[in-house]
Design a protein around this ligand. Structure first.
Ligand SMILES: *[C@@H]1O[C@H](CO)[C@@H](O)[C@H](O)[C@H]1NC(C)=O
Length: 124
C-alpha cells in the first residue's frame, strides 16, 4: 500500500500534477513522512483549505487505486495525463453533488460548464 499510494513513480507524478494544478503543492508527501504521517499532515499544510485538500488527496488516491485494479484485472495501461484529467472531472462531479469545499481550490472548477445529463447527451 505504501508503495502504491506513496512511493511509486506513477503516483508521485499524478499527485504532483494534481496538487500543482490545485495550488496545493505544499500538501505533497515529504521524504520524512510515511503514508500514515502524510495522510494525517499533508492536507493540514494548506491552511484554511484543509478539507478541500483532503478531499482532493482522497479522490486522487481512490482514482489511483481504481486504475491500479483496472491495470491488473482489465489490461488497462497507466497514463498520468489521462488520470489527472479523470481526477478533475470527478472533483467537478463531487462539487456539483455538494462537496463545496472543493471549490476553494485554485482552478476548480476546471470545466467551462457542468456535465450535461440531459436526454440529448445519452448515447444511443
Ligand atoms: C479522507 O479520507 C479519510 C480516510 O478514509 C477520511 O477519514 C476523511 O473523512 C476523508 N476526508 C475527506 C474530506 O474526504
Amino acid at each position: 500500500m505504501t508503495h502504491l499510494l506513496l512511493g511509486c513513480a506513477f503516483t508521485k507524478s499524478v499527485l504532483h500534477a494534481v496538487l500543482a494544478r490545485a495550488g496545493a503543492l505544499c500538501c505533497l508527501p515529504r521524504p520524512s513522512e510515511d503514508l500514515v504521517d502524510w495522510l494525517l499532515a499533508g492536507a493540514r499544510r494548506l491552511q484554511g483549505k484543509v478539507k478541500a485538500a483532503r478531499s482532493l488527496i482522497n479522490l486522487s488516491l481512490w482514482q489511483i487505486w481504481k486504475l491500479w485494479n483496472a491495470c491488473i484485472f482489465e489490461g488497462a495501461s497507466p497514463d498520468v495525463a489521462r488520470l489527472v484529467e479523470d481526477i478533475f472531472v470527478e472533483a467537478d462531479l463531487c462539487r456539483a453533488a455538494g462537496a463545496r469545499a472543493l471549490s476553494q481550490l485554485a482552478h476548480l472548477p476546471l470545466h467551462a460548464r457542468p456535465p450535461d445529463f440531459g436526454p440529448s447527451s445519452i448515447p444511443v
